[in-house]
Design a protein around this ligand. Structure first.
Ligand code: SF4
Length: 297
């Protein structure tokens, strides 16, 4: 007799590329904010935000522990850290009890999730197994963030990243290349570099903004938005990289949305990465760029 998979999913379910080998454990459904005008991840009716029933989640952890051997768990959906600390601790303790081989638990995190959580609470979460938070800052620029209805600012983003850092939770930050369009491209790159320099995250990745369902929703708050051409996206990336003064950050630009794949450690590889971007600007035919059909959007 085959056993049913112990975890109930409401599709679609998203996870960062680096969690491909993790057990995805939904502890919430959807995103508690869900207003970013570039994001369609949780707009389907079945993805309306709610916390999942705690007893059901704990039971799923118990059953998963009997059936699966996993070393990593990703707490889904869009911002699991919106849950109260006590509930998160119960989940982490259940993972430790029923899946003792798990080495890392991670989740997406919105800066607003941490407004009411102290560094001490985050330390308790870290001690209970939460090792990594993926924070979609998207930009460090207040005007770009306002235009995109992100509900965050430079200061709120930095405050959350600082709290996570002080608690010993690794920060993996996403910045959206092209989010400011042609009008705000330079200030988007400069302010994002400033935010990263202030926060010194352990991981930084850039993704290219894309609108699979069209730009109409995004333009409602940003009528002057004009998308960047591929060359303009590279120029913005060059400007961002130029402005970054990072000491020990793993940098990736390898998400499916990127035309140019970049990988390195910052600051060590800054000049090499800049050379690769400049090559793509000056000699795109020789730069081994992803074609549109390879971008997997
Ligand atoms: S906070 Fe994240 S998941 Fe939620 S709407 Fe914005 S980009 Fe999408």
């Amino acid at each position: 007799m085959s056993l049913a998979f112990p975890i109930h999913y409401i599709e679609p379910v998203f996870r960062p590329p680096s969690e491909a080998h993790s057990l995805i454990l939904p502890v919430t459904n959807g995103c508690s904010w869900n207003r970013c005008t570039f994001c369609e991840m949780y707009t389907a009716p079945q993805k309306k935000f709610r916390a999942r029933d705690e007893d059901q989640v704990l039971e799923e952890i118990r059953c998963a522990g009997q059936q699966l051997i996993v070393q990593r768990v990703f707490l889904a959906d869009g911002d699991a850290l919106v849950l109260p600390t006590r509930r998160l601790l119960n989940i982490l303790e259940a993972i430790r009890e029923h899946m003792p081989q798990v080495r890392r638990v991670s989740s997406y995190c919105l800066p607003r999730n941490l407004r009411k959580k102290s560094v001490q609470e985050l330390r308790e979460l870290a001690d209970a197994g939460l090792k990594m938070a993926y924070v979609g800052c998207e930009s460090g620029d207040d005007e770009v963030l306002m235009r995109a209805s992100k509900g965050e600012t430079f200061d709120s983003s930095l405050s959350a990243l600082d709290k996570l850092g002080q608690a010993g939770i690794s920060r993996s930050v996403m910045i959206l290349n092209g989010l400011g369009g042609q009008l705000l491209s330079e200030q988007h790159a400069d302010s994002s570099a400033r935010l990263m320099n202030a926060a010194q995250p352990e991981y930084l990745s850039t993704l290219v903004v894309s609108f699979p369902y069209g730009e109409a929703r995004f333009r409602e708050r940003f009528p002057a938005y004009r998308p960047l051409s591929q060359q303009q996206l590279f120029r913005e990336l060059e400007r961002l990289l130029q402005g970054l003064e990072l000491e020990q950050t793993v940098f990736r630009s390898d998400h499916a949305s990127n035309y140019l794949v970049l990988k390195g450690a910052l600051g060590r590889d800054k000049e090499r990465l800049l050379t690769e971007v400049r090559n793509a600007i000056e000699r795109p035919q020789q730069a081994n760029l992803r074609q549109e059909w390879q971008r997997g959007l």
